[in-house]
Every structure is written in structure tokens, then in C-alpha cells.
Design a protein around this ligand. Structure first.
Ligand code: ADP
Ligand code: MG
Length: 625
């Protein structure tokens, strides 16, 4: 723009000089007075050409008569420069308009700010008013507080004064006390020094006392241990004596004991009103059967009348049960015809259990009592013998038939390979075992009652113990046997499979009788192998073993002949045993009227002998203790 302006100025000057000068020649070159522009003027064409010597601009001037009115820059460079200058000018224009816009906005903002400041000023005025008010309040409050403070200080001062007075008084008292305490302090210091000396001496005294005490303790321990040895020796001796006494008692009582239990007439049973069975009120070992006008007398070890409870029955057998803890083998058989109460006596009913459950519970409580000195393990097996085959009632495979074999350990003991043995640790375990045995027995047959009357059910309980102080070991076995019905074949009129069943039962029951007979008669050969039952129980029937035969009798007249048979069997078993002991002639010849068995005429009353022996043994035991 500046350049343009300058050129315009120059041009203007040129024009002026041109106008002042005379009309130029047809074509003259006039140097510009400013030496930068040379002007050529062609009159003929009414055209003036000015040439810018240095800047290369060519100016064409159109004029009429002498005055050039319009000057055009024809140079392309200048045109470009003009264009650039115009573009620049446009850009600057735009910038200017933007600046103007900005200015307008700033002005608007300024207005806004001015308005805001006016408002703020008004607000400041309001606040100042409020502040003045607050200051007034504050001052009033401060005044109040000041007054309060003064009052409190005054009160505190008064209180402090009175407290001070009290403290002064106390101080005087304490001073007085101090004066009296000084002598006490002196004695205390003296005591303290004395104690200090003692404390210094104490470890030596203590050490001496400990050494002496140790010596005394060692001496006492030595004495106690020798006393213990002596006690242990006495205990062992007493145990042996106890066993000897027990054996002696059992021998005198008989290793085979025969009890009889008469069951009550059950509800719904219709029988002749005749009173077939009667008892001796003086002697609980006698039983009378009256049949066809004859009175038969049976003497057994104990007779239970129909009202006898399960508990009463168990009380009589519990010493046998516990003897298996001492290592004896025991067999308890329930013998009798079907329906005479064998299962009731052995198993009982849920509310009133029989010997099986009570025995296990008793064994549990006994071994628990002995627990600190003895470690016992009780195992249980259940076996059924049907038609001379053994079935494992606690096993998984009910079809499996078990065999009885000689133990390969060379002990000469029999064992049943595959027989399940459950270790029972609580009364709950007992219930589970019985339930399982029952279930397995029931699933194998269509009619459990019928089936059970034709098979023997054995519950075999083994009690093994070890004494923790002496290391002494014991093992006893308790066999609880619910025998098959003893009724005779002819009566049941059996045929086919029934006949075979009856034959098997008959065979095993007579084999049992024979075995007992041979044992008690001390025969060199005992026919254990004649039946599975006797073979299985051989180790529990021989040697020191004890056997109880519980003969069950039905009170019904219709069962009379079977009852007589059962009692005859019982009598035979018992008489064999008694035959080996000292016996004396039965004084009352009326008993010979009993037609049951030839050996009934000789019997044995050993009660007095027993009492004497037992007294002597008790004396000896107490002496040893
Ligand atoms: P078994 O086993 O000898 O065939 P059970 O034990 O099954 O005979 O007894 C036959 C019936 O007589 C059962 O109903 C039983 O409950 C009942 N019974 C047996 N003995 C007694 C008793 N002492 N007290 C009450 N009921 C008894
Ligand atoms: Mg039964």
C-alpha cells in the first residue's frame, strides 16, 4: 500500500508537471523529475507512455487534450503485487472485522462485569450491615462471657481457698503422722535388711530342702514300687485263685446246668382248663407234670414259672455271661418244641429283650468298668444252621454256604472261613447287628416263623481282652443258640423236604445230647462231628466250657407229650453231669415214681457242700487280699 501510495504521489506529480509544461513533441521522452519515471508521450495516439526506469513499471496514460486522467499499471509483477496486496488487505480486513467482533464481545463482557460489580457492591453493603449487627451481638456475648468468667473465677477462688485450708489442715496431720512414723520406718528398714539377708540365703536353703525332699521322694517311690510289686503279685495270685474258685464252684454246680422255663398261656389260646404244670413253692428246682392222673416230678437246676420276667431269667444266667470275660467259653441253648418260647427267651421282644441283647449289654458295661486296666474287644457273628448247612447271617452273600475248618495256625481251633465278624462298640451297634441278622434271615425264606422253627440260630460273641499292666490276655466265647423245634417227626407227619428238615433237626439235637453225654461221662471219644451244630460249638462245649440248657415248656395240655419229651431230655443231660460228682441216694423214694428217665432215681443235693466250699474260698480270698 505504501509503495502504491508513493507511486500515486509520483504520478500525481508527473501529471502536474505535464500540465504545467508546453505540449510535448510528437514523441518525447520526458524524464521524471523524480528520476524514476520516464514518460513517453505519443501525441498522435493521444497517449503518453511513461516508463519507470528503475522499477520497470510502464504507465499508460490516456488523456484528452493534455491531461491524463487514468493511469493503469500494466506490469504483471505489479498486478501480482497488487493482487497479493489486495489479498493481504482482505486478510487484514477480515482480521480487523474479527478484532471488531472481539471488541464488541469484550464490550459486552465489560457491561456484564460492570453490572455484576454493581450487584456485588450492593451485596457488600448488605453484608457489611449484617457484619455490623453480628459484631454488636458478639460484643454483647463477649460482655456476658466476661461477666460469667469473672463469676466462675471468683467461685473457684473461694473453693480453692477452702480446699487450701483443708489441705493445710491435712498437711499438719500428715506432719504429725510423719513424726510418729519415723520410728516405725526405722524398724521396718531394720526388718527389711534382715529379710534381705534371709532372701539372699534362701536359694541355698531351698536347694538343701529340695535335695532332702528328693531323697525322701525317691525313698517313698522305692517303697511304693515295692508295695506295688507286692500288690501285683497278690493280685495275680488272687486272680488265679478266683479262677480256681470259680472253676471249683462251676465244677460243683456242674458245667452243664439245666433250667426250665414254662411259658404263660397266651391270649387267644384255647386249651383244656386242666392245670397240667405245677410248681413246688418250697423248691424252685422242681416241676410237676400231671397227666392222666399221674404226677411226674422233674428236678432241674432252676424252674421259672410262667410269670417269671425276662429280667429274672437273665439274672440267673448273667454270671455265666460274665465268665466269658474271664476267658471261659459258654453255650446257652434254648431247647423245646415250636411255640414253647425259645425265641422269646433268647431274643425277646422289642420292649422286653431276651438273653441275647441283655448279655451283650452286660458285657459292654462289664468291660467298660474294667476299662482302665483292661482293653477288651467284642465281636459278633450270626449263623443259621438249616438242613446241616451253615449260613452267614451278617454277610452280603446269603446264598453262600459256609464250611467249618481246622485253623491253619496249628492251634487246633476250628474256624469258619468267610464268616462275618462285626466289632461292636456301643449298644447302638448291637441293635444294628440284630437288625441285619433278622433281615437276612427273613429274606431267605417265605415264612420266617416256620423257617426259624426248623433251623438253629446262633449268636456268637467273642470277648478278647488284654491287661495293660500285666499283659495277660484272655479270650472267651459266648454262644447263644435258639435251637430248632424239638417236636418229633411222627407227630408232625412230615414227608419230602419236611421229612428231611425234621431228620436234620432230630439228628443235630440227638447229636447235641450225645456230645454232652460223652463229655460229662468223660468218654475218650466225643462225637462232635455227628452234626454241624456240635462240630461248630466243639470248642465251646469241651474243656472248661460251661453250658446252660434252657428247656422251654408249653403249659398247654395239647402240648403235653412234647413237654414230657423236652423235660426228659433235660433230665437226662443233667443227670449225666451229676453222675460224675459226688452223689447220694435220693432219700424220698416218691421221686422214683417219675417215669421219665432211669437215672432220675439217683440225684444229688450239693447245696450244702457248695455253701461250705464257697465260704472257705471267700475266707481264703479275703485272707489273700
Ligand atoms: P418258639 O421260638 O419256641 O417257637 P416263641 O418264642 O416264638 O416260641 O413263642 C411262641 C409265642 O409265645 C410267642 O407269641 C411268644 O410271644 C409267646 N411267649 C413265649 N414265651 C413267653 C413268655 N415268657 N411270656 C409271654 N409270652 C411268651
Ligand atoms: Mg422260635
Amino acid at each position: 500500500v505504501v509503495e502504491n501510495e508513493r507511486l500515486k504521489q509520483e504520478l500525481k506529480a508527473c501529471k502536474t508537471s505535464l500540465l504545467q509544461e508546453a505540449p510535448p513533441p510528437a514523441c518525447t521522452a520526458t524524464d521524471c523529475p523524480h528520476s524514476q519515471v520516464r514518460v513517453w508521450v505519443w501525441h498522435g495516439q493521444n497517449q503518453v507512455r511513461a516508463e519507470a526506469v528503475k522499477t520497470q513499471f510502464i504507465l499508460c496514460v490516456y488523456y484528452s487534450s493534455y491531461v491524463t486522467e487514468i493511469v493503469e499499471v500494466e506490469s504483471s509483477g505489479s498486478q501480482q503485487a497488487v493482487a497479493e496486496a489486495q489479498a493481504k488487505s482482505a486478510a487484514l480486513q477480515e482480521q480487523l472485522s474479527l478484532q471488531r467482533q472481539l471488541l464488541r464481545e469484550l464490550e459486552t463482557q465489560l457491561h456484564e462485569s460492570q453490572r455484576t460489580s454493581t450487584q456485588l457492591r450492593a451485596q457488600i453493603l448488605v453484608y457489611e450491615g449484617e457484619m455490623e449487627r453480628a459484631q454488636g451481638q458478639l460484643e454483647a456475648e463477649m460482655q456476658n462471657l466476661e461477666e460469667e468468667k469473672n463469676r466462675v473465677i471468683e467461685e473457684a477462688f473461694i473453693r480453692a481457698e477452702s480446699e487450701m485450708k483443708a489441705v493445710h489442715e491435712n498437711l499438719a496431720g500428715v506432719r504429725m503422722n510423719l513424726l510418729t512414723l519415723q520410728p516405725a520406718l526405722r524398724t521396718l528398714t531394720c526388718d527389711y535388711n534382715c529379710l534381705k539377708r534371709q532372701v539372699q540365703d534362701f536359694p541355698f536353703m531351698l536347694e538343701k530342702a529340695i535335695t532332702e525332699a528328693k531323697q525322701e521322694i525317691c525313698q517313698v517311690i522305692g517303697e511304693v514300687s515295692s508295695a506295688n510289686q507286692e500288690l501285683l503279685r497278690k493280685y495275680k495270685r488272687e486272680m488265679n485263685l478266683r479262677k480256681k474258685c470259680h472253676n471249683e464252684l462251676v465244677r460243683l454246680k456242674g458245667n452243664i446246668r439245666v433250667f426250665c422255663r414254662v411259658r404263660p398261656v397266651c391270649r387267644g389260646e384255647h386249651d383244656s382248663a386242666e392245670n397240667m404244670v405245677s410248681f413246688d413253692p418250697e423248691d424252685d428246682a422242681l416241676l410237676y407234670l400231671s397227666t392222666k392222673g399221674k404226677l411226674m416230678t422233674f428236678e432241674l437246676d432252676k424252674v421259672f414259672h410262667p410269670q417269671a420276667t425276662q429280667e429274672e431269667v437273665f439274672q440267673e444266667v448273667q454270671s455265666l455271661v460274665t465268665s466269658c470275660i474271664d476267658g471261659f467259653n459258654v453255650c446257652i441253648f434254648a431247647y423245646g418244641q415250636t411255640g414253647s418260647g425259645k425265641t422269646y427267651t433268647m431274643e425277646g421282644v422289642a420292649k422286653d429283650p431276651g438273653i441275647n441283647q441283655r448279655a451283650l449289654r452286660l458285657l459292654f458295661s462289664e468291660v467298660t468298668e474294667k476299662a482302665p486296666d483292661w482293653d477288651f474287644k467284642i465281636t459278633v457273628s450270626m449263623v443259621e444252621i438249616y438242613n446241616e448247612t451253615l449260613r452267614n447271617l451278617l454277610g452280603d452273600n446269603q446264598g453262600e454256604k459256609l464250611d467249618i475248618k481246622m485253623n491253619p495256625d496249628g492251634s487246633g481251633q476250628l474256624y469258619v472261613p468267610g464268616l462275618t465278624e462285626f466289632t461292636v462298640q456301643s449298644p447302638e451297634d448291637i441293635n444294628r447287628v440284630f437288625e441285619l441278622g433278622h433281615m437276612n434271615r427273613a429274606t431267605a425264606c417265605t415264612n420266617l416263623n416256620e423257617h426259624s422253627s426248623r433251623s438253629h440260630a446262633l449268636l456268637i460273641i467273642t470277648v478278647a481282652g488284654v491287661n495293660s499292666s500285666t499283659g495277660h490276655r484272655t479270650q472267651g466265647k459266648l454262644n447263644l443258640v435258639d435251637l430248632a423245634g424239638s417236636e418229633r417227626i411222627a407227630k408232625s407227619g412230615a414227608e419230602g423236604s419236611r421229612l428231611r428238615e425234621a431228620q436234620c433237626i432230630n439228628k443235630s439235637l440227638s447229636a447235641l445230647g450225645d456230645v454232652i453225654n460223652a463229655l460229662r461221662s468223660r468218654h475218650s471219644h466225643v462225637p462232635f462231628r455227628n452234626s454241624r451244630l456240635t462240630y461248630l460249638l466243639s470248642d465251646s462245649l469241651s474243656g472248661d466250657s460251661k453250658t446252660l440248657m434252657m428247656v422251654q415248656v408249653s403249659p398247654l395240655v395239647s402240648n403235653m407229650s412234647e413237654s414230657v419229651c423236652s423235660l426228659k431230655f433235660a433230665q437226662r443231660v443233667r443227670t449225666i453231669e451229676l453222675g460224675n460228682a459226688t452223689r447220694r441216694q435220693w432219700e424220698n423214694s416218691s421221686t422214683t415214681s417219675s417215669p421219665t428217665h432211669d437215672s432220675v432215681e439217683v440225684t444229688y443235693t450239693h447245696t450244702h457242700t457248695l455253701e461250705r466250699v464257697s465260704d472257705a474260698l471267700t475266707n481264703e480270698i479275703s485272707h489273700v487280699c
